[in-house]
Ligand binder design. Structure first.
Ligand SMILES: Nc1ncnc2c1ncn2[C@@H]1O[C@H](COP(=O)(O)OP(=O)(O)OP(=O)(O)O)[C@@H](O)[C@H]1O
Ligand SMILES: CC(C)(CO)[C@@H](O)C(=O)[O-]
Ligand code: BAL
Length: 289
């Protein structure tokens, strides 16, 4: 495994892979890796000749400077974990390499972005779209892997790939959870002991919402949101949002055979956690939990 710090070297490697006819699987991350990230890496390892993982904490997508400065980092540990997974290249540029001067262009999200994190983290998805467009152009992967914990990100990137005709297959990967149901997240380390005890209620709340949809064919969006809220009210974090929408379009207007997402964000003292469940129109889980 090699760690690559410059765009020029990464481009050379990409060209060599193409010349040899190798497929490239790409896993974009912000580091401080856990088993959720490694699930994406394993999937990419199964499906491609060459696996590239980027580790880059992208300042453009942070709408709160305290969240950026306290974002956990441990590159040496990340390197060890990725070597054990048989990764070929880590792309690990610094901020000046990715953003050497003020940008001349900007990304604007006009679909799937006015709800959930798009509504509560202004500028977040625009920053994600910018860095991914750059990374896609640098690495030119055949497949790219994203976790469904960030389900809105999956929907937004699907739109990006389609709009800009990137010749890339998007592979969504189900959310990996701790034994008590809490979705794995790099931000879990910033929970206090008490918050960590309460945090599995987020998953419990989503399960209650899913049960309502599965068992009551008269269910309404508001009834689902109230059910989820009744469980989330048992914890000390502040509810940032709870919503029930069509997926991947993310509209209030859920048609008969649409998939449905119930998504929540909870702000604890130092950590804002997100989670969701995606359900088929018949009330079944779309992806394993
Ligand atoms: N528990 C998880 N299961 C599956 N994929 C995950 C999980 N957590 C993160 N991912 C995916 O890993 C990729 C990189 O995410 P990122 O580096 O932001 O990690 P993160 O743990 O989600 O961090 P944070 O929760 O602090 O945003 C994204 O595609 C994300 O959806
Ligand atoms: C895709 C990503 C690496 C872009 O910075 C980030 O949004 C993330 O970790 O999900
Ligand atoms: N996992 C999404 C990246 C972020 O929270 O900024």
């Amino acid at each position: 495994m090699k760690t690559i710090k410059t765009i020029e070297s990464m481009r050379e490697i990409k060209k060599t892979c193409y010349a040899q006819g190798y497929s490239i699987g790409f896993v974009p991350t912000m580091g401080y890796l856990h088993d959720g990230h490694l699930a994406l890496v394993k999937k990419s390892r199964q499906q491609n000749d060459i696996v590239v993982v980027s580790v880059f904490v992208n300042p453009l997508q942070f709408n709160q400077s305290s969240d950026l400065t306290s974002y956990p980092r441990d590159f040496e540990r990340d390197e060890k974990l990725l070597a054990e997974e048989g990764v070929d290249y880590i792309f690990y540029p610094d901020v000046n390499e990715m953003y050497p001067h003020a940008l001349s262009t900007d990304m604007r999200l006009i679909r799937r972005g006015d709800v959930l994190c798009g509504a509560t983290r202004p500028g977040h998805f625009e920053g994600v779209l910018m860095v991914l467009t750059k990374l896609f152009n640098i690495i030119s992967p055949h497949r790219v892997y994203f976790g469904l914990k960030d389900a809105q990100q999956v929907a937004v990137v699907d739109g990006l790939i389609d709009d800009l005709n990137f010749d890339i297959e998007l592979v969504p990967v189900p959310t990996v959870r701790e034994a008590d149901g809490l979705a794995m997240s790099s931000r879990n380390v910033r929970l206090t002991t008490q918050e960590r005890l309460e945090a599995p209620k987020i998953n419990e709340a989503l399960e209650k919402g899913q049960q309502l949809i599965a068992e009551d064919n008269q269910w309404t969006r508001m009834a689902v949101i109230e059910k989820v809220e009744s469980v989330l009210n048992q914890i000390n974090g502040d509810i940032d949002y709870i919503n029930c929408l069509s997926y991947p379009e993310l509209t209030n207007d859920i048609k008969h055979d649409d998939d449905i997402i119930i998504a929540v964000a909870v702000q604890f003292q130092q950590s804002r956690l997100i989670d969701n469940v995606i359900i088929t129109s018949t009330g079944d889980l779309k992806y394993g939990r």
